[in-house]
Design a protein around this ligand. Structure first.
Ligand SMILES: Cc1cc2nc3c(=O)[nH]c(=O)nc-3n(C[C@H](O)[C@H](O)[C@H](O)COP(=O)(O)OP(=O)(O)OC[C@H]3O[C@@H](n4cnc5c(N)ncnc54)[C@H](O)[C@@H]3O)c2cc1C
Ligand code: SF4
Length: 522
């Protein structure tokens, strides 16, 4: 039976930081990741394929995006070596210090994380969009904030992207990949610089995104950590005398594996970690002493999107990094609703598709190929649309559990999410109303999605909680350093432990919490 010191399940922000820090200390670390190891040629932005992950059929559908529908709430997740950093919009912001005044274990306050936030920023090479590279969305955000008398609330957001100060939109074929400049990062990995192509969420074709596989995980591997892609962990069982046995489905070989580990870190994300532990407690009964708090107090982080249309402005949301700036209303001065407005970009699906078709061997040297290529680079059916985006500080009103399937009511094995929109209504409505006000102040027409107006349905890419951290097992599942109550040697370190909404993009906080946990293990 294969045995390791530390087995990490998942390679997102929690898993990669832990792999790096423990491998640096000489531990034998094995990371099991359900998704693929993606190379730029395979990214959906380039290959135009491998789009979806299906948790029920991962051997046949192990693509880029795992989209889960739970009725009133849907959740978007990444799958692959590097976790959510592959699919994310690169915004790397600190949570506001006041967020840590309530809802956290005693040991976690802003000052606990201050240095860790900096470390994460350095590892991810976080930068601000250069002033010369503001996009039309950035300018609209700024104009709208000023028009409402809120100019001081506007700022560009820090991003895990490498920018080239010489790039500007006036260059010939400015968004062409040829303008990206190659460089070698601190971990010796080849990267490029940003050409504002707008594909951040479907894979950066020029490696300007500083994804975790290029920094934290690369450093972990240089220190001997092993990362196995397409390994889907299904259960964890404590062994008599210490350590754990872990059951894994090898998706490539279509075979079962069992491994032994002295310590197990579950880092499968808010949904993945919560689901795995719920199955271990309630379905397989391998971890029956997990806290009753498991699955509870889950938060959507109040994500909301409003499309708005302008007659006079050229916005071109398919160009530029997916998010560039924010207008910060997290102080709650406006009716007590706390939220963080951001601009949202869209990948250029049509342009990418046409460009892909143009490069097909049968078309590449024809006039049709050239025309497709030209149209693909110029087309922008959404040219006058502004996708207002943002997050709001909702109350953690969600609860995950395992439910029955109608066709097999004797089994409780279906992951369910009960989400109470009333706990999010004030904050999300505040954000939705602000989108309308910002649009009106700049001469546009906004459309609050009917899914919210009529049905109170939301989609979030920022799930938080499910295995919340707390000072006792009555209140949470793990302590401040991710140690699972009642199971020494078992940890959860990822977004599942964040016990409340942050009201803004959470990845930097998740990574800082992992740096904190790693520091506690000395
Ligand atoms: C479209 C999109 C845009 C986003 N933009 C931003 C942004 O700009 N800024 C920001 O801060 N956040 C953003 N996020 C959110 C961010 O990606 C997440 O908050 C972050 O990745 C969570 O980190 P994590 O470590 O908790 O989990 P993840 O990064 O999700 O990592 C969990 C990993 O575990 C793997 N896994 C799950 N189950 C298993 C299993 N059973 N066995 C093995 N492996 C498993 C998953 O495949 C995944 O790789 C975005 C998310 C999406 C979907
Ligand atoms: S805009 Fe394009 S080049 Fe820049 S980070 Fe996003 S995907 Fe990469």
């Amino acid at each position: 039976m294969e045995r390791v010191n530390t087995l990490i399940i998942g390679s997102g922000f929690g898993g990669s930081v832990m792999a790096c820090r423990l491998a640096e200390r000489g531990e034998k670390v094995l990371v099991l990741e359900r998704g693929r190891r993606w190379l730029p040629a395979d990214y959906p932005s380039v290959s135009q394929s491998h789009w979806l992950w299906d948790e029920d059929e991962p051997e046949t559908q192990n693509g880029w995006l795992d989209f889960r529908y739970f009725g009133d709430m849907s959740i978007a997740l990444g799958a692959g070596v590097g976790g959510g950093s592959l699919i994310y919009a690169n915004v790397s912001v600190e949570a506001h210090p006041e967020v840590f005044e309530q809802g956290w274990p005693e040991a976690i306050r802003y000052h606990t994380l201050r240095d860790h936030y900096r470390t994460v920023g350095k590892m991810l090479n976080v930068q601000n969009l250069p002033d010369t590279q503001w996009t039309p969305r950035t300018r609209l955000m700024h104009d709208a904030a000023v028009a409402l008398g809120d100019g001081e609330r506007f700022r560009v957001v820090p991003q895990a992207i490498t920018f080239d100060p010489d790039w500007h939109a006036g260059l010939d074929n400015a968004y062409g990949y040829g303008h990206s400049k190659p460089w070698i990062n601190d971990q010796g990995q080849q990267q490029g610089t940003c050409v504002h192509c707008g594909n951040c969420d479907i894979g950066c074709p020029v490696q300007a995104k500083n994804t975790l596989d290029l920094n934290y995980l690369a450093q972990a591997e240089q220190h001997g950590a092993e990362v196995r892609a397409l390994h889907h962990v299904r259960w964890v069982r404590p062994l008599q005398g210490g350590g754990f046995e872990v059951g894994v489905r090898d998706l490539d070989a279509r075979a079962w594996r069992r491994l032994h580990a002295d310590r197990v870190i579950v880092a499968a994300g808010s949904v993945g970690s919560t689901e795995l532990l719920l199955r271990c407690r309630d379905q397989y009964k391998t971890l029956p002493k997990l806290s009753r708090a498991l699955g509870r107090r889950w938060s959507s982080n109040g994500d909301f999107f409003t499309p708005a249309f302008y007659d006079e402005r050229h916005i071109d949301p398919t160009r530029g990094p997916t998010i560039t700036s924010a207008i910060d209303y997290l102080d709650g001065d406006e009716n007590g609703a706390r939220y963080f407005v951001e601009d949202g970009g869209l990948p250029d699906f049509l342009g990418n598709l046409l460009e892909h078709a143009a490069h097909h061997p049968r078309l590449s040297k024809t006039r049709l190929g050239a025309a497709l290529l030209e149209y693909g680079q110029d087309s922008s059916p959404f040219a006058r649309m502004m996708p207002w985006f943002g997050q709001a500080m909702d109350d953690p009103g969600g609860r995950f559990s395992l439910g029955r399937r109608w066709y097999a009511p004797w089994k409780r094995d279906r992951l369910r999410l009960k989400w109470d929109y009333r706990k999010a209504r004030k904050a999300v409505q505040g954000l939705a109303d602000r989108h309308l006000a910002l649009t009106q102040a700049t001469g546009g027409r906004a459309m609050t999605p009917a899914t919210w107006r009529w049905f109170k349905n939301l989609v979030t890419p920022h799930p938080l909680g499910g295995c919340n951290m707390a000072d006792s097992q009555e209140q949470g599942v793990v302590d401040h350093a991710g140690a699972v109550f009642n199971y020494p040697g078992l940890y959860v370190i990822d977004g599942a432990t964040v016990p409340r909404s942050l009201g803004l993009n959470p990845s930097r906080t998740i990574a800082a919490l992992a740096e904190h946990a790693a520091g506690e293990w000395r």
